[in-house]
Write a new protein. Structure first.
Length: 279
């Protein structure tokens, strides 16, 4: 059975569809043009900002962060403009975006804290790439400062990734901020050895090292009368980059010099006295 065809209704639908096409086609075309041109302009702006940072020798980590943020903000503004040109009600869109943002924020609260910590670190700059630092129970050279994490490389070539949030709110030690550091030694000699001779031998070794600063001059003094030894404390200053070389090489040289001068370096020991009881 054939159904009757309502030509008037079909004509009405066709007319309404044509009106919608005529009404929205210019808006869609205009929005596409603005979108394409806007993306080209944003790319030009971002590239210009990047080149400007490179000419000013900005830190590479800060460059990437700022360029990324500028690109995101410009693209968000462009998206809002294009949506407005299509006739979409911005109040509804903003309300939906706000609700989605709240849900995402609650789900990613820890990640957002790390992001905020990364922003604080990039602004305050307590350390830079290449600094040797100690933080959150780890120590190593800063390899990269990312938005959410800081990456360290340890002296034995392990990679440590630490979230930025606890770093930004916790304590840390940066060993690379100062041009020179004090190197501390503790050296023990036997109670039967000559203190003055031992002091001269130790200072003789230190004074031969050109890496050791003469101002302030090396300091040496008896620091403790320990259980098995008389302990000297030796404090010298050196460039930060020479710290470990000065420490390890002079520790070995002092040991050899004391041995050559018959000055003992004792180790913990006990004297045991046996008493016999006659029956």
């Amino acid at each position: 059975m054939k159904l009757p065809v309502d030509t008037a209704q079909i004509t009405s639908f066709a007319e309404k569809g044509w009106q919608i096409v005529l009404e929205y086609t210019p808006k869609v075309v205009s929005a596409l043009v603005v979108l394409i041109v806007g993306l080209i302009i944003i790319r030009m702006i971002v590239n210009g900002v990047r080149k400007g940072f490179e000419k000013k020798n900005f830190d590479i980590t800060l460059q990437r962060f700022l360029v990324s943020m500028i690109s995101i903000l410009l693209k968000a503004a462009l998206a809002i403009t294009v949506i407005g040109m299509l006739g979409i009600q911005m109040t509804t869109f903003v309300a939906m975006l706000g609700a989605a943002g709240l849900a995402i924020g609650l789900a990613l609260s820890g990640t957002l804290q790390n992001f905020a910590g990364g922003v604080i670190l990039l602004i305050l700059r307590p350390y830079r790439v290449g600094d040797f630092v100690e933080m959150q129970g780890h120590s190593g050279t800063v390899k990269e400062i990312q938005i959410f994490n800081t990456i360290l490389t340890t002296p034995d070539n392990k990679t440590i990734i630490i979230p930025n949030s606890p770093i930004s709110t916790g304590s840390m030690i940066n060993y690379s901020t100062q041009p020179k550091r004090r190197v501390d030694f503790t050296i023990g000699i036997g109670y039967d050895d000559d203190i003055d001779k031992a002091r001269d031998v130790i200072l003789g070794v230190i004074n031969k090292d050109e890496r050791v600063h003469k101002d302030p001059e090396p300091f040496i003094a008896v620091s403790a009368l320990a259980d098995s030894s008389v302990n000297f404390v030796l404090r010298v200053w050196a460039d930060s980059g020479d710290y470990w070389g000065v420490y390890f090489e002079n520790l070995e040289a002092i040991k050899k010099a004391l041995d050559a001068n018959n000055i003992s370096i004792p180790y913990p020991q006990r004297d045991v006295h046996l008493h016999t009881v006659e029956k």
